[in-house]
Design a protein around this ligand. Sequence first.
Ligand SMILES: [Zn+2]
Length: 420
Amino acid sequence: MNATLIAPSASSGRFGSSGSYRVDGDDLAVELRLPTDGGGDLIAFAGEVAACEGTLTWYRYRALHAAYEGRLADPAYSEDSEYDRVCNPFTQVAAAYAVVAHVGRRAAEGFLDRALACFDRIPAIGRVMRDGLMSPYAFAQAVLETANVVDEELLAAIDADAALRLREIGGLSVPRVAKTVRAVVVAFDPDAAHEARESTKAGKQVIVAPLDADLSQMIVTTSAEDAALSFESINAIIAGVCEHDPRSVAHRRSDAALARINGMAFTCACERADCMAELSDHAVAERCTNVVLHVVCRKEVLDGSDDSPAYLDGFGPISAEHARDIAGRADAVRRDVDLDDVAAHPHQAADPYRPDDRVRRGDPRRVRSMLVAGMRPTRVEIRSRPRVRVQPRRPRRRRGHLPVQSQSQVPVPSPAQDIR
Ligand SMILES: [Zn+2]
């Protein structure tokens, strides 16, 4: 595979387990070994091609970045000219890219935006993608997570630290990259986290998007904690249907959410006279009282003397300011958990194989993903219960009675099983 670069340089690298790329003069050569075997080899090849996408996207970003810089440096370009104000280099490059890549204007502008971020804002994270460790989708998430960092020195520190962590943890799915990069941003730059929080308030909305001829999607955009609480409340509602309800769980959630929004009653769909559904207002309210959303943070965060990041269960790292806002809610309950004490006695006194209730409440293992450089990781070890080999029970024969089981029902011990 050859591709001419605008600004060639002598470099090479590897991606995946056997892929490699090499810039040779004006050519970019990407080498992948075709599968020679069936089964696992074919799947491994598919994985190599997926890793290659990160490398090729990095070079596409690089070409567009160079094209943009070239337009900016063009002596004919002037910020004062009416034409260039309306049709600035960004718009020009995006429009030209839209034509050659067969994409729309908005998609091209989004791509160019990420290309500029890859070289001007977070180059170290960009190189993680170039080395095939992260997909272009995950890189786009990293661009979003760092978009509110304005201070250039802080941005450089965030870029370097986040790239190091991403290379260390591996398995870089989009949510994993989002949590990792967000943890670094909230730790290094609380102001950026504050900005992100303020800008998301303006983004709260409800939109309806058609999916196909029959279905439309209603999307409610709200705070992370309200979204998580609402989802758990919907689960609490649908938990009351009887065992004969024919709908899937996803279908029940959709029906329950719409019933709540429209002020209608959510009912079981079994249509049986002996339906045992527990969907009365009282039953639903009682289940909803058990909906709990955990936020783990240092004690000092709540009194404002510390700005360490906190952790919102099901979402990931959040800023100290965000944690204080949640703690200030009328429905918030504060529980103190001594992590050192929990780590020292993680299991119940009577059963070394059951986690202590404080571990389940605080779950400090989850806190590990929000730790930043210099913080001591907390890992609570609960011993795995040993596997017990279950011996088939020997059929008991009562004196004077023949066994009531038929011959086919009597467990027949195999030669390998030792029955005394
Ligand atoms: Zn029912």
